[in-house]
Unconditional design. Sequence first.
Length: 256
Amino acid sequence: MIVGSGDGSAYMGWIVTSGGLYSYSVEAKEEATVKPESLVMDSLLFSLMQRLETDQLAKRLSRCFAPAKLDSELHLLVNFALKKTSKAGILGGALGKAMPECLLLDLQQVGWERLVHLAPDFSRITLRAVAPNQQEHLFDLTIPPDYPRSPPSVEAGLPHPVLLDSPTADKNPQMDTYVRNNLVNAFRQVEQQLRTYQEVFTSLAELDENAWVLEPAQASLATLQRRVLIEKTCSVIFEATLSHPRGPFDLTFLGP
């Protein structure tokens, strides 16, 4: 379960089973607690819960004030309801479950603590990577409807684009396709760049903090250049490199 609103007033959760993918939301009561009576289930989950005795369901959920407790109880109830029907295997068909299920499994592998935002329709994700100096870096992924058959597009704001391969028709079409396309691979590429460019980013951050930087207008990790004002009619472009992260930099002077 994750926070589902910017002000922390609601939570969202998903239950992944062999029978399908189910989602729900619930209002937050106060810090780290929820209102069980505000539980909203998607149509498939609601239909599945109808297989249980109403009084039993209400009684069990009414005591779940902690988000983790409510999530755990719903998982138990879903598994119990699925055992009561031989038709459970078709319940998730309408959702096109392959993409959401794969995505949630990948997010679990990355770590839920890295998730900043997840769009309700699973089309957009914001993740948090942490550099070796403990600085956080947020980046966005746009998820295609046929994920992981097609790779997500990544907007990382780093010197080099994060590229994920599309499937190729080779002798073994399934070989590494999922590994190459999933968001775990994207996350690892972002972390690798943060490690590789750590000293360069530190040098550029010092320029941003101590010099009059004209370009870029907003501090960015996407470019290794900084244009710094020297005096009214003169500026200089510093360009950092991996081979000399702390200098000397390549310099280009600009003047009248």
